[in-house]
Design a protein around this ligand. Structure first.
Ligand SMILES: Nc1ncnc2c1ncn2[C@@H]1O[C@H](COP(=O)(O)OP(=O)(O)O)[C@@H](O)[C@H]1O
Ligand SMILES: [Mg+2]
Length: 115
């Protein structure tokens, strides 16, 4: 695993090490969670958010689209909260009664703990 501050050469060394290990006959997956998608540049392939992509014999590369995973997870939690308190039904009633969009973030309008 290569770590450290930005621009030190983590991605370059990860890719080069993965390539070298693959040449030695080891099965290698090089992966990155960096949204900059540098592995796509290095391997000259559009691999961002596409799962493990085969680069050459024994070598796969993966760039995880962390932003979309976080957004999907937030939406899942949001829906669970809406379902738990029956807010989905409240929102549906709001829409049919007032014929307008209900606020998406009802829980944000709750009083803060300092009030
Ligand atoms: N050994 C090296 N010598 C010179 N330049 C390098 C070396 N390793 C990386 N670089 C350059 O430094 C920059 C940052 O490298 P990168 O691997 O993207 O860093 P990181 O992933 O740590 O942010 C890139 O432009 C890369 O081409
Ligand atoms: Mg990098």
């Amino acid at each position: 695993m290569f770590g450290g501050k930005g621009g030190l050469g983590k991605t370059t060394f990860s890719a080069a090490t993965g390539y070298w290990l693959a040449e030695q006959g080891k099965k290698v997956l090089v992966f990155s969670v960096d949204p900059q998608a540098s592995l796509s540049d290095i391997f000259q392939r559009d691999i961002f958010g596409k799962g493990a992509v085969n680069i050459k014999e024994n070598l796969w590369a993966q760039e995880i689209d962390a932003d979309s995973h976080i957004k999907a997870y937030q939406q899942e939690i949001r829906q669970k909260i809406l379902d738990l308190y029956g807010f989905t039904e409240v929102l549906k009633k709001w829409r049919t009664t007032f014929k307008r969009r209900a606020p998406n973030r009802l829980w944000k309008s709750r009083p803060s703990s300092t009030q």
